[in-house]
Design a binder for this molecule. Structure first.
Ligand SMILES: NC(=O)c1ccc[n+]([C@@H]2O[C@H](COP(=O)([O-])OP(=O)(O)OC[C@H]3O[C@@H](n4cnc5c(N)ncnc54)[C@H](OP(=O)(O)O)[C@@H]3O)[C@@H](O)[C@H]2O)c1
Length: 300
């Protein structure tokens, strides 16, 4: 009963004490679907993605991490753990479509952030939406349709509890009508990721789609994006390794993982805790059409 109340409080659930309470019921993660497999982690040069890369490598996987800034990888120590780096900007759609990736057994769409300044991509969306939603959609489609992932492979998207209060809004992705709000843009992109995770299994039922909230994790990105928030909660933030746990667990479930669910601390969670955040069928269809158009433009 007390545990349930703490979960409702949000703060004692998303924080480190929440992880520790939930982790009392966790089993060791089986390496059956990890050992000998090859994973690509976008945004794996720091924070949660880097911790995930280390976890997978420790279980006998080979891992390639991506990021825009090679120096982050050099400073991460991942190279010493035999983890490879690929320079990749998730908002550079042409690079996403032309990079000769090679074969993988699992894909983790983890790259993300909350840039302070508005940057438009192709005059169609801001950098957050372009890199986290459209870029990852293109990557997923390319990996599936060009046979870079085998049937049954896991595809995981790192979303955020930041989307809980956000209803998908596609009307002003370039911020022409309102001043740029990085927190709203981030929440909107994370909401769009959750919707894609629900929709993609219908189109590609042979793959295992999952999406998660890592909790509040003390990464550089969080500290830079929300200094006031992290300053107040510093001692309550999860470690990077704790933030990577649910993604690792999802990848390790194989075919037993229900498709298209949203996970937090290894449990499926509601994605619309507030009824007013539920998007209409029309908005949902618009999101898919927008992604479809981006794909069509790239393969034309
Ligand atoms: N930390 C949290 O509390 C928290 C909570 C909820 C969700 N998340 C999500 O967890 C994921 C990982 O975040 P993190 O906290 O671990 O942050 P982080 O340490 O800053 O890691 C972000 C990674 O993404 C890469 N990246 C950022 N923007 C990119 C772009 N446009 N193109 C390519 N790569 C890009 C970064 O490298 P470059 O900058 O060199 O490109 C870095 O490797 C994100 O999706 C984030 O939204 C984090």
């Amino acid at each position: 009963m007390l545990d349930r109340l703490k979960d409702y409080s949000i703060i004692y659930s998303f924080d480190r004490s929440g992880y520790q309470r939930h982790a009392r019921h966790f089993d060791n993660i089986d390496e059956q679907y990890i050992r000998g497999r090859r994973f690509l982690i976008t945004g794996g040069t720091s924070g949660i993605g880097a911790a995930l890369a280390e976890r997978l490598t420790n279980q006998g996987a080979s891992v390639v991490v991506t990021g825009r800034d090679a120096s982050k990888f050099e400073q991460s120590g991942l190279e010493q753990a035999s983890i490879d780096f690929l320079k990749l900007d998730m908002a550079d759609f042409s690079a996403l479509m032309n990079e000769p990736f090679g074969q993988f057994d699992g894909l983790v769409c983890n790259a993300g952030g909350m840039p302070n300044n508005l940057k438009l991509i192709n005059d169609e969306y801001d950098l957050i939406f372009a890199s986290q939603v459209v870029g990852h959609y293109l990557l997923i489609r390319r990996f599936i349709e060009q046979g870079l992932l085998p049937d049954g492979a896991p595809i995981h998207i790192t979303s955020s509890g930041g989307m809980y209060m956000q209803k998908l809004d596609l009307d002003d992705l370039c911020w022409q009508e309102a001043p740029y709000d990085k927190v709203k843009s981030y929440a909107n992109a994370k909401r769009a990721q959750v919707i894609l995770n629900q929709a993609l299994p219908n189109r590609y039922p042979g793959y295992r789609f999952s999406c998660s909230h890592p909790g509040w994790v003390g990464t550089d990105a969080l500290r830079e994006a929300l200094p006031g928030f992290t300053g107040r909660l510093e001692k309550r933030l999860r470690t990077n390794d704790e933030g990577a746990d649910t993604i690792h667990w999802c990848l390790a479930q194989g075919a037993s993982l229900p498709n298209g669910e949203f996970w937090f601390d290894r449990a499926p969670r509601k994605v619309y805790p507030f009824f007013w955040t539920r998007e209409s069928d029309t908005t949902r269809a618009r999101l898919l059409a927008l992604c479809e158009t981006a794909w069509a433009e790239q393969i034309a």
